[in-house]
Write a protein of this length. Structure first.
Length: 144
């Protein structure tokens, strides 16, 4: 029997740029929006606030639902998991103090993360690793 993996991500837009996460988990490189997995007992908003606090050291002050995945997404990491992605537009009044972090994953690996502010354009769209992130960006910005 398959399982669901609920992921929650934030699009933090500031000065016409969006915060992007370049991650490397044991050689698997990905470009995505900041966020992570929902833990048992928390809601999606609490999850996103926790992820931004843990990874970026900032408190979110505003969240607005942007996109929920509406099709089947198979996990890139586990064959028996279906990913459900929830994307929010977010805002913080705080500044990021550390744009490069390394922390352990839930399965004992290391995740090296570099956060960067990126122009919102077609090149960014095409560079995103996961279709769910591209769909969320499409929901925010309709391309010509």
């Amino acid at each position: 029997m398959g399982k669901f993996n609920i992921r929650v991500y934030g699009l933090w837009i500031k000065n016409q740029k969006v915060l992007i996460s370049h991650e490397n988990i044991d050689g698997f490189k990905m470009t995505k929006f900041p966020g992570g997995g929902l833990e048992f007992g928390e809601g999606v908003v609490d999850c996103l606030k926790r992820e931004f606090r843990e990874e970026l050291g900032v408190e979110l002050v505003k969240l607005s639902l942007l996109h929920v995945s509406n099709r089947f997404i198979k996990s890139s990491f586990k064959n028996n998991e279906q990913v459900v992605a929830v994307h929010y537009l977010v805002k913080s009044n705080q500044e990021i103090s550390n744009y490069n972090i390394v922390h352990p994953t839930g399965v004992g690996k290391l995740n090296s993360i570099q956060f960067v502010w990126s122009e919102i354009n077609k090149e960014l769209h095409d560079s995103l690793t996961f279709e769910m992130d591209k769909e969320a960006l499409d929901s925010f910005n309709k391309w010509d």
